[in-house]
Every structure is written in C-alpha cells, then in structure tokens.
Design a protein around this ligand. Sequence first.
Ligand code: 5GP
Length: 117
Amino acid sequence: MAYDTKNVFAKILRGEIPCQRVYEDEHVLAFKDINPKAPVHILVIPKGEYASFMEFSTHASQDEVANFFAAIAKIVKALKLPESGFRLVVNNGPDSGEEVPHFHMHILGGKRLGGMA
Ligand code: 5GP
C-alpha cells in the first residue's frame, strides 16, 4: 500500500497541525486522541512512513519495532496505568474501521473499559 503523505498523522509529524504530545523519541511520537474514548486515550505512532500495522511489522527495522514497544511501556508506566490496567488497540484495514492510514496504537485506560465490542 502506498503511503499517503497527506494523512493527518503525517501532518502532525511535520508539525503542520498541532497535537497534545505526551512522549517523543527518535522513532516514536505519542499524543492525546482528539476524540477520546476513555479518560486516558493516547495514540502512539512511529515516525517512519508505515501505512498500517502490516506495513510496520513487515518493513520496519528491528530497532524501530523494539523501540515502539519500549515506548509503549514507558508511556503506560509514566501514566501509572499498569496497576489499574489498560488496553492496547490496533485497527488494520477496512473491517477494523481504521480511519488514519499511518500505523498507530491506541492506549486506553483510566476507567473500567468493559468488553471488546
Ligand atoms: P483508527 O480508527 O484509525 O484506529 O483511529 C484513528 C484515531 O485518530 C481516532 O481515535 C481519532 O479520534 C484520532 N484522530 C483523528 N484525527 C486526529 C487529529 O487530528 N488529532 C488527534 N490527536 N487525533 C486524531
């Protein structure tokens, strides 16, 4: 799948539209979801141009993949989520309802999340 450089997360990465940043390193940016589904709703994205989870898992370097998951762990610890619990969600492709074609992982927490819909 060709990467669409006009997608909203590409614009956030280029600084063309603002975000509420919660974490950043060489490979990763994390920011608050604009339409939160829980008291904590963070989006974590790689800085590389990967349109989906499948693109990221197939084409990202081992460093990028390891760094991505390490960043998730740092963020949930910084937000003190491990004790109360949290959910990680990735949508991939049409059946999932994925809206933005830049790989992202949702971190949800801060309340009882209920069952998976
Ligand atoms: P998806 O359904 O693709 O897994 O999730 C995309 C998420 O991006 C949605 O939860 C949506 O609220 C969020 N989102 C869409 N546009 C923006 C934006 O401009 N800024 C931020 N912070 N989040 C956005």
